[in-house]
Design a protein around this ligand. Structure first.
Ligand SMILES: [Zn+2]
Length: 127
């Protein structure tokens, strides 16, 4: 997953300085472009990559891998956010309560696919 994110960042023309973990937003990458410094967050970059991939492939059936922490069964939680008028979808472990980031999208299919893909990639991550 890390290589995938770095590839995408390089493709966008940034120079990678270092990876760092922040309490609030998880893993980020400090980058430089044209003399400006900023931090790109891994989840956001991943989201962009997955959105792109999704446009290229057909919807496949949704199958969640077990929780990366406790191997418990995971479930898809879907809520409608009336204020922003979007579907709010995330994956939650039935055993330990670990959850993925929320994906907001007006299209429920896109939201489901994105969040499932993110969860399943994390479930197979060796980090
Ligand atoms: Zn769990």
């Amino acid at each position: 997953m890390k290589e995938l994110i770095e590839q995408e960042i390089l493709r966008q023309g940034y120079t990678i300085l270092r990876w760092k973990e922040t309490l609030k937003d998880g893993w980020g990458v400090q980058v430089e472009k044209d003399g400006f410094y900023t931090t790109l967050f891994a989840d956001e970059v991943m989201y962009e990559i997955l959105k792109k991939e999704l446009r290229q492939k057909n919807n496949k059936s949704i199958e969640l891998k077990p929780c990366p922490f406790c191997k418990g069964e995971a479930e898809l939680i879907e809520k409608y956010n009336r204020f922003y008028e979007v579907q709010d979808v995330f994956v939650k472990c039935k055993e330990c309560g670990a959850r993925s980031v929320s994906v907001w999208n007006k299209n429920i299919e896109i939201a489901r696919n994105l969040v499932t893909d993110m969860w399943n990639r994390r479930a197979t991550d060796e980090v």
